[in-house]
Design a protein around this ligand. Structure first.
Ligand SMILES: [Zn+2]
Length: 570
């Protein structure tokens, strides 16, 4: 998702405050149900498989209004007499049909944003049903997208409409009737976006066709297995750059970038990064999961979001000295981590963010060498919170995970990425990247056509790592994923003996090997039972963990963070 860098977050909040005076209409508050995405899935939603969503959304930028029809098809897993969907009640429904026949208004209700449709006939397992929901209104407006969700009604410098949606936190139900759960992906989405001419509406997947009616134009997009929050609306006076990428896997991937007029030179430079990033990710992870659709990017009036095959890019072509656009690279990594493998529950959100975040130091290393990699890791190391475990072990909403005061918050990004670095040090590159491939594709030998998007949990990844390594390294995850505090390494040097001891929350087993460099020679202490010792000459220069393989509590970092906090106080 949301690419969170603390400095950018602060900047964005400042901009959001400055922009408040421009809010054009007062919007009703969201219900708790609509505000939240995920959590425990209602039983009725578990009873059906979501086959197809055909969404017709007419966007009126002048009125900040949408007029929409959604035809949704399901197959029952289990008998059911009702369909339960999520839709913001601030988008009033005018009519609902079931299998083409109008439904009496008494047969459906949407009091809290959970739309209950009583079916005229109960479904048996295996039976299909389709429902059409006619609705519309002013969709919820985001105040500071992508950190809160909704529509962003913006304008280009010359005053033309520039519109985007970003709904990760609150979910798909902010603008279409859906199953607002990570596991609520439809198999197929046909998205028809109607806009005033000559505006352009880039979308998810493949462009099937464009049709004109009067002063309106409709773009028809088709996407397979889109992540629910990755379906997006984009409208603007876009120009387009196109190209082709010849993959190492033999397929040819269309490249498309929609950008605002007047930015040709910057746009061309960013577009030139597409094949480099693709080549790197395909080499490190495996085939681009949506090669038969496109690598698509659209310039958005907010920072960014991993909208499937139409990544949101709003980083303003900033440079940071690393030789690549980190925002583009981060969002694009989500095509693998987020869209190809999707968390089974928001509690497993680190599977999206830790991996997507880890791709930036890896990529920087491929351009800038070791300094690029380690400088990035060190910057992240200074930002950890360690107040709540990355994974709680129970079903969570997106907001619970992102709540810095009650959940892991940003630790799912940076701490997760640092944990992956430590895991790589523990199990080695071969097993690390094979584990990653099995997580992403469900198999170690992915090729275009032999895999499809799927769901995975934290426990799935632990199982995969144990399988690939042929060892049980659950102890590693029991500490880093399920405990808030980092393990600390106590050092004791008495005479010629150096003793190291892991201090771990709840005294959990933690046989994490430690390298010790003594006057230039590196020794590895296996730390069986969390402890190890070494003979060292009294005046020897000793460096613990000389190659920075470990993730551990460091007093200098804690002191720095406390100092920083004190500086920030007025
Ligand atoms: Zn992200």
């Amino acid at each position: 998702m949301r690419p969170l860098r603390p400095a950018l977050l602060a900047l964005s909040l400042v901009l959001a405050v400055a922009g408040c005076a421009n809010v054009q209409h007062h919007q009703p508050p969201l219900t708790t149900l609509t505000e939240n995405s995920g959590g425990v899935m209602p039983a009725e939603q578990k009873r059906v498989h979501f086959d197809h969503a055909e969404l017709h959304i007419a966007v009126d930028p002048a009125q900040q209004h949408i007029d929409a029809t959604a035809t949704l098809s399901f197959t029952a897993h289990e008998p059911t007499d009702a369909l339960v969907l999520d839709l913001d009640r601030n988008l009033p429904i005018s009519a609902i049909d079931v299998d083409g026949k109008p439904l009496a208004p008494s047969a459906w209700s949407n009091p809290e944003g959970r739309l209950r449709i009583q079916l005229p006939h109960a479904l048996s397992a295996g039976e299909h049903v389709s429902t059409t929901v006619h609705y519309g209104g002013q969709p919820h407006v985001a105040k500071k997208a992508p950190w809160d969700g909704g529509f962003v009604w913006s304008h280009t410098k010359d005053g033309q409409p520039w519109v985007g949606s970003a709904v990760e936190g609150e979910g798909c139900d902010l603008f279409w009737p859906c199953i607002d759960q990570p596991e609520g992906k439809p198999d197929l989405v046909d998205l028809y976006v109607t806009v005033p001419k000559p505006l352009v509406a880039p979308g998810n997947g493949v462009l099937i066709g464009i049709s004109d009616e009067g002063d309106k134009r409709t773009y028809h997009w088709r996407a397979k297995h889109p992540t629910t929050y990755a379906i997006s609306i984009n409208v603007g006076p876009y120009k387009e750059l196109t190209g082709e990428y010849h993959s190492r896997y033999g397929n040819v991937i269309p490249l498309q970038y929609w950008y605002l007029p007047g930015e040709d030179e910057q746009a061309r430079k960013l577009f030139a990064e597409f094949p480099r990033i693709l080549a790197f990710n395909e080499a490190m992870i495996g085939p681009y999961p949506f090669g038969d659709e496109k690598m698509g990017v659209v310039e958005t009036p907010y920072l960014g979001m991993e909208h499937q095959t139409i990544n949101a890019y709003g980083n303003g072509y900033k440079k940071d000295g690393n030789g690549f656009d980190w925002l583009l690279q981060h969002e694009f990594a989500h095509e693998w981590f987020g869209n190809q493998i999707t968390n089974a529950d928001w509690d497993d959100m680190w599977l999206h963010e830790a991996f997507a975040t880890y791709m930036q130091p890896l990529y920087s290393g491929s351009i800038n060498g070791d300094m690029g990699y380690y400088a990035w890791m060190q910057k992240m190391r200074l930002s950890l919170h360690d107040r709540f475990p990355i994974v709680s072990g129970k079903s969570q909403t997106e907001a619970q995970v992102y709540d810095d005061d009650h959940g892991p918050g940003l630790d799912i990004y940076d701490k997760g990425a640092l944990m992956l670095h430590a895991l790589r040090g523990l199990i080695g590159d071969r097993d690390f990247f094979e584990s990653l491939r099995v997580l992403v594709y469900g198999r170690p030998d992915p090729k275009p056509g032999n895999f499809a998007p799927h769901y995975a949990s934290s426990q799935d990844f632990i199982r995969i790592v144990n399988q690939v390594t042929g060892r049980d390294v659950s102890w590693f995850f029991n500490v880093y994923l399920y405990q808030a505090q980092l393990p600390a390494l106590d050092e004791q040097r008495v005479g010629h003996a150096l003793t190291l001891r892991w201090r771990v929350p709840r005294d959990l087993p933690f046989p994490m090997p430690v390298e010790v460099q003594v006057d230039g020679t590196v020794h590895t202490l296996p730390m069986t039972h969390g402890e190890g010792s070494l003979e060292v000459p009294a005046d020897a220069l000793v460096v613990i963990d000389p190659h920075s393989k470990l993730l551990r509590d460091l007093p200098q970092v804690t002191e720095y963070q406390q100092w920083q906090k004190a500086q920030a106080k007025p």
